[in-house]
Design a protein around this ligand. Structure first.
Ligand SMILES: Nc1ncnc2c1ncn2[C@@H]1O[C@H](COP(=O)(O)OP(=O)(O)O)[C@@H](O)[C@H]1O
Ligand SMILES: [Mg+2]
Length: 373
């Protein structure tokens, strides 16, 4: 089995490091405060939060995880959120469902059975009832079930997506209700860092100043090197610290790409008694770019000619893009045009703005551009 895993959430033996971050998140939430955790995609937010919730469960908290990525309407929120909360109720679901009818107006709760015969909470809408009332009751549900001895912690993943539901009204409703919750702490996380930060630090927004902000950086370099060397050596593949460090540098230490490249190297090296060298790292990266090239080309083809030119310039010079030399060399024209195009790259998640530096969200896409544009 490949010891390196990439894609969605990782846990157990596939998860390493993040000890200080984990401790900080736990202490903030168990101290009764709300927290915002932000970082670009693929930095490991969801995995870290899932691990945090698992640990908090062991300490006696009820925890709920809800991903806003899959929520496209108020109704879906009501359904998914109430389901996630009800799942945590430890008493018999049949008994509990009766109680729910009183707690949530506008629905008729019932018990259904899934294909393997497990009982599940479901409900039907009461025709003509105001769904806004149902929404309010569902948001209040954890607080109603919680007590000072039975605290709840709720994590909303990709929380910035809430703004797509119905402008700012959902955001306002949620904020106005949860600010009264005494026995529930909230963790908001998301990848669209500028959107999320704006929600919590812009005075005119509903969630202004309602949570502590925490930025998640890439995984610590030494820990990554240790993890890589250990996992490879278990399968009798040797990799020196220097080569492991080279791998990290090639992918800007972004957790997802570390695992992706390592998984590819493992596949090429397993049962070959190989000592991994820099050329193997390069080969693995080339293979991955090859694998993803259809997708990369699609991404490029979608762009206007000016944006293609700018992508090329960015891939060659990153943040130096606004220098006189770059503007001339790549024929970029007015700075305002460049800025507008970059804003759209940020919006689309192609480029990340970090402390005024511009970085490609996907370091392999950058390499693809260098090779192909
Ligand atoms: N602590 C970790 N240990 C090992 N791999 C990790 C860790 N965090 C993230 N990863 C890698 O990054 C990938 C993306 O992680 P994920 O938690 O989905 O990130 P995010 O939610 O920030 O997009 C995982 O599939 C895994 O390959
Ligand atoms: Mg995630």
């Amino acid at each position: 089995m490949n010891p390196f895993k990439y894609g969605k959430i990782v846990s157990g033996a596939y998860f390493y490091d993040r000890k200080t971050e984990l401790a900080r998140i736990k202490s903030t939430l168990s101290g009764g405060n709300n927290l915002v955790l932000y970082a670009p995609r693929r930095y490991g937010k969801s995995s870290l939060v899932k691990k945090t919730l698992t640990e908090l469960e062991k300490e006696g908290y009820n925890t709920v995880y809800l991903d806003f990525m899959s929520i496209y309407s108020k109704e879906v929120f009501i359904k998914n959120y109430s389901n996630a909360v009800v799942e945590k109720e430890k008493t018999s679901i049949e008994k509990f469902v009766k109680k729910l009818g009183k707690l949530i107006r506008g629905i008729v709760p019932s018990v259904s059975f899934d294909s393997s015969g497990n009982s599940q909470f479901s409900f039907s809408w009461i025709e003509g009832n105001d769904k806004e009332v149902t929404l309010e009751d569902v948001i209040n549900l954890p607080e109603k079930l919680a007590s000072s001895k039975n605290k709840w912690i709720i994590a909303f993943d990709e929380f910035q997506e809430i703004t797509k539901l119905n402008g700012e009204s959902f955001e306002k409703t949620l904020r106005s209700i949860i600010q009264h919750h005494k026995n529930v702490s909230y963790l908001f996380l998301g990848s669209r860092t500028h959107l999320l930060k704006d929600m919590f630090s812009n005075k005119s927004r509903a969630f202004y100043n309602s949570a502590m902000l925490m930025n998640l950086d890439v995984i610590n370099r030494d820990d990554s090197i240790l993890y890589l060397t250990k996992k490879f050596s278990k399968d009798k593949i040797k990799i020196t610290k220097e080569v492991a460090d080279y791998l990290l540098k090639r992918v800007n230490s972004i957790p997802y790409y570390i695992q992706f490249v390592a998984a590819e190297i493992w596949q090429q090296a397993i049962n070959k008694n190989l000592v991994v060298q820099k050329k193997h790292v390069d080969l693995a990266i080339r293979t991955i770019i090859e694998l993803k090239s259809d997708y990369y080309w699609e991404l490029v083809t979608k762009q206007t000619n000016y944006r293609k030119k700018l992508l090329h310039a960015l891939s060659c010079s990153d943040s130096g893009i606004f220098s006189k030399e770059s503007i001339q060399k790549y024929d970029l024209g007015a700075i305002s045009t460049t800025q507008k195009a970059i804003a759209s790259f940020v919006e689309d998640g192609i480029v990340e703005k970090f402390n005024d530096k511009l970085l490609f969200a996907d370091p392999l896409f950058k390499e693809f551009l260098i090779r192909n544009l």
